[in-house]
Ligand binder design. Structure first.
Ligand code: PPY
Length: 294
């Protein structure tokens, strides 16, 4: 039976590129227009896996993804894809001559944030509007030749929607990457990529501290430290139960084992924390320049 993989569409989003790089044409691609709808579709059994952006190297976590996953529909992270991101500035072909007079810039919030320096220098007075994805922004620009609007998106989007790239590589920093999570109802990914090789193993936990206990975070960290469990990320997110209540997302640099991570979890629970396993999985990276835009 064909595996159904849903992701943030329309065609030619960065998520679509990540899905193509990892799954090739081995799966049925299901284009979904928002991140919460991707998560719902897995939880409801309409698709087998969803691929969603989770973290941007410059801006930090994609809050919408984590918040929806944690507060609304619990799923597991069963894999991670890290992709280099190149942002281009594109307009309708009929607007090429006057691209410097654009009054409105449209894209995903992270794409706009990744190009801040360029936008500040060139389009300080433009209006910035957030689209659900870079692909959706490119599609909008192609359908509105009457407007002085530009999209920020990738090279495939320019091709797919017939736009002209008037400025290439407008992202601020050369090392611009985004992390995508593969989400599933159970803890394991039932698919072996023929296209990418895993280069890391990770376990992600969600830890809620006992309220108002001094030194609690220090104790949490020490449960990992003395076991020599290397953490690659720790991030606090609001509980949404009132100001000042937080939980932590913690990434450990190894797969769930039988001793060390269960030991750390038991120690955290003994301290009064609640701990939830968000996933234990392999991470794959897409090499710079290897994304083919065909
Ligand atoms: O909008 C897209 O193309 C996405 O897939 C989300 C995103 C946006 C900006 C950088 C990386 C991923």
């Amino acid at each position: 039976m064909t595996i159904r993989v849903g992701f943030l569409g329309p065609k030619a989003t960065f998520t679509h590129l990540a899905v193509k790089a990892f799954f090739g044409d081995d799966v049925e691609q299901v284009l979904i227009s928002t991140i919460p709808q991707c998560i719902d579709a897995v939880a409801d059994g309409d698709i087998d896996y969803a691929v969603v952006p989770t973290e941007n190297a410059l801006e930090g976590s994609v809050n919408l993804t984590f918040d929806y996953l944690i507060h609304e529909r619990p799923l597991y992270i069963v894999g991670e894809i890290v992709s280099p991101i190149e942002q281009h500035f594109m307009v309708h072909p009929s607007r090429v001559e006057e691209w410097e007079n654009i009054t409105r810039v449209y894209s995903h919030s992270h794409a706009i944030a990744q190009c801040h320096k360029f936008l500040h220098k060139m389009f300080k007075h433009a209006t910035y509007d957030y689209a659900t994805s870079t692909g959706a922004a490119a599609q909008y620009v192609s359908e509105h030749p009457d407007e002085l609007v530009a999209a920020i998106a990738n090279g495939l989007a320019a091709k797919e929607y017939g736009l002209k790239i008037v400025k290439e590589n407008i992202h601020d920093y050369h090392y611009n990457h985004t992390r995508f999570a593969i989400l599933h109802k159970t803890t394991t990914l039932d698919y072996q990529s023929k296209y990418l090789v895993a280069d890391k193993e990770k376990t992600t936990l969600m830890v809620t501290l006992p309220s108002d206990q001094s030194g609690a975070l220090h104790q949490v960290l020490s449960a990992f430290t003395w076991r020599k469990l290397n953490l690659s990320k720790i991030e606090s997110r609001p509980m949404k139960t009132g100001l000042g209540n937080y939980f932590f997302i913690i990434d450990i640099d190894m797969m769930l084992d039988e001793v060390l991570i269960p030991g750390a979890i038991a120690e955290l629970e003994a301290l009064g924390c609640s701990v939830k396993l968000l996933g234990s999985y392999e991470a794959y990276s897409i090499k710079q320049g290897s994304l083919n835009y065909k």
